[in-house]
Design a protein around this ligand. Structure first.
Ligand code: MG
Length: 404
């Protein structure tokens, strides 16, 4: 049986200068969406995972999925104007995958357990749909309108018996949900609350499957704080490691130097087997060092002609992917470039942005500075330049002692 999961990460886009949408914010250093994707992919019965995104969040999606090497993860699709449009477009995109069952899930609910995903797949294995939901346990009060009770005060209690609060995942037979959404798209009815309503409007039955208190939707800063606490409780103790890297390259002919992924105009170039980016080389070695996994030369032998002239972001991205493969994350990086010239200050923001882009790391976790050598030594004589870098990497304690 084929089972697809549609992760709904589309919604309000990232307006210029606006806040990062909740699904792309970080909990203990990892994006909410990444945690949601990892949770879905942890369910072995799910054969395809497709994310619907807002187009202007594509680079954030790429950051979220950096190093996520799972063939079940499909390329993301752009969402639509309303949530129902987004789900319909994602369902249409799954036509080739041809799933029997589809689970629709909010990107901002990262804590649905494997048991819950399984329960929904089982519940939707016939002709019915199923949603995760929790019974309402709080007393429900209608607010006064000014007649019997003032506004801002309790008016009438409302019965809560039989009321459930919907969560996601919501699971449905794929073909029936797609047909229901196609009909919904041509209907004049007010927007449906969720997929359960779309499915029911088409005549389907939707079962209530007990949800989970931790499967809350992250919408407010308080929810993010709650998520941080939950992760701190659930995640195993961490193994914090530091690595350092050092690199030098000789100046040669040229009109620019590549430093931390940025082309900086200069009277000389740097000579090397690759693009001679001392910054990215020292950084990659710092990360490999923290992992105790050798250095750039171990992974990209200079004797191998395929790395001649290579762009050094390849090395750094590889080092970052090794951290992800070990289940870890980079806590921070610090880089000191050593040269008399060119001036680094005007380029340092671009360099931090570039390093952050390559590694999917917030530039706030990347230090970058430069020093001259007071005209002493080979750097002082401008024969070449150097770089020193450190990396702090956090690995799960359980894998702390062994490389894969
Ligand atoms: Mg080098």
């Amino acid at each position: 049986m084929k089972v697809a999961a549609v992760i709904v990460a589309a919604g309000r886009g990232r307006r210029m200068g606006g806040p990062v949408p909740k699904q792309y914010q970080r909990i203990a250093g990892q994006m909410v969406l990444r945690r949601t994707l990892d949770a879905a992919l942890a369910c072995p019965r799910i054969t395809t995972v497709l994310t619907a995104i807002t187009e202007d969040c594509r680079s954030l999606y790429e950051e979220a999925t950096l190093g996520l090497d799972d063939t079940r993860l499909a390329s993301p699709v752009p969402g639509g104007a309303e949530r129902a449009d987004t789900v319909r477009l994602a369902l249409e995109a799954l036509a080739d995958a041809g799933p029997d069952i589809v689970l629709v899930h909010d990107a901002a609910r990262p804590f649905a357990s494997p048991t819950l995903w399984e329960a929904l797949i089982d519940a939707a294995s016939g002709t019915e749909g199923a949603i995760a939901a929790e019974p309402v346990v709080d007393a429900l009060w209608a607010e006064g309108t000014g007649a019997a009770a003032p506004m801002g005060c309790c008016d009438e209690p409302r019965p809560r018996a039989g009321l459930w609060r919907a969560q996601t995942p919501q699971a449905f037979p794929y073909a029936a949900l797609l047909a229901a959404h196609r009909t919904e798209a041509t209907s004049e009815a007010p927007s449906a609350l969720d997929d359960a309503e779309v499915f029911r409007r088409a005549g389907g039955t939707v079962r209530l499957v007990p949800g989970e208190p931790d499967n809350f939707k992250i919408t407010t800063p308080a929810d993010l704080a709650r998520a941080e606490r939950l992760v701190a409780e659930k995640e195993p103790p961490m193994d914090v490691r530091t690595g350092h890297g050092f690199d030098v390259h000789r100046f040669g002919p040229g009109d620019h130097v590549m430093l931390c992924g940025v082309a900086v105009p200069h009277s000389h170039g740097l000579v090397g087997h690759s693009d001679a980016d001392v910054g990215l080389h020292a950084l990659a070695d710092a990360i490999y060092g923290a992992l105790a996994e050798g250095d750039i030369g171990t992974h990209f032998p200079p004797s191998d002609p395929q790395w001649k002239g290579a762009e050094s972001h390849v090395f750094l991205a590889h080092a970052g992917a090794r951290v992800a493969a070990r289940g870890g994350r980079i806590s921070n990086l610090d880089v000191t470039l050593l040269c008399e010239r060119p001036k680094i200050g005007p380029h340092s923001a671009a360099m931090r942005t570039e390093i952050g882009r390559i590694l999917g790391l917030d530039p706030g976790r990347i230090g970058l500075k430069a020093t001259t050598m007071e005209r002493m030594g080979f750097i002082g004589r401008e024969e070449g330049m150097g770089c020193i870098a450190t990396a702090t990497v956090i690995l799960p304690a359980s894998t702390g002692s062994d490389a894969e």
